[in-house]
Design a protein around this ligand. Structure first.
Ligand SMILES: [Zn+2]
Length: 176
């Protein structure tokens, strides 16, 4: 299970933090059972650097283990997308172009992405919009004034980057 940590926006900053203070990633409570004492349980490596040489891969992600329920969790910094290989900023750029009215095919061409990748990102936003907007509006009331899905996401992405919106949703227990 992943929880997103609100910090360390670049991969380089994340690596430095892991080396100097891994405990800064320790969750206050077990996300599974709520027990208040998580133990460090090593790190695992994960592909996260999408630059040409991928020099920062594998990126260490700390793991914590709960002594009560024995389950583990791995907090991810905002710079690493859970489950998805592409970065948040690319997804944000793609979604913003689609919101502005570009077609899926044109957007895929502009970002040199596979058509089905762009379609999957768009569909998952469309499907999750009701849940996402409900939770984000309860935290950021001004977003509730947006009329319609596209207007909502324009306002949301003006207020915060997509990674931050997803981190708030993660904190509310909503998985993307
Ligand atoms: Zn637990």
């Amino acid at each position: 299970m992943h929880r997103i940590v609100f910090a360390f926006l670049s991969l380089e900053q994340h690596r430095r933090a892991i080396e100097s203070s891994p405990a800064s990633y320790r969750p206050d409570r077990c996300p599974h059972c709520g027990s208040g004492c998580m133990w460090c349980h090593g790190c695992y490596g994960r592909k996260a650097d999408r630059s040409a040489d991928g020099a920062l891969n594998p990126m260490p992600v700390p793991r914590f283990r709960c002594p009560s329920c024995t389950r583990t969790c791995s907090p991810l910094p905002l710079c690493i997308c859970p489950r998805r290989w592409y970065g948040w900023s690319l997804q944000q750029n793609v979604l913003q172009l689609l919101i502005a009215g570009a077609s899926l095919r044109r957007t895929a061409n502009i970002f040199a992405l596979a058509y089905h990748t762009v379609r999957r990102w768009w569909r998952s936003l469309v499907v999750a919009h009701g849940t996402f907007s409900f939770h984000l509006c309860s935290r950021f009331a001004e977003l509730g004034r947006s009329a319609g899905r596209n207007h909502f996401w324009l306002a949301c992405l003006q207020r915060m980057p997509l990674c931050e919106a997803m981190a708030w949703l993660d904190r509310d227990g909503i998985t993307q």
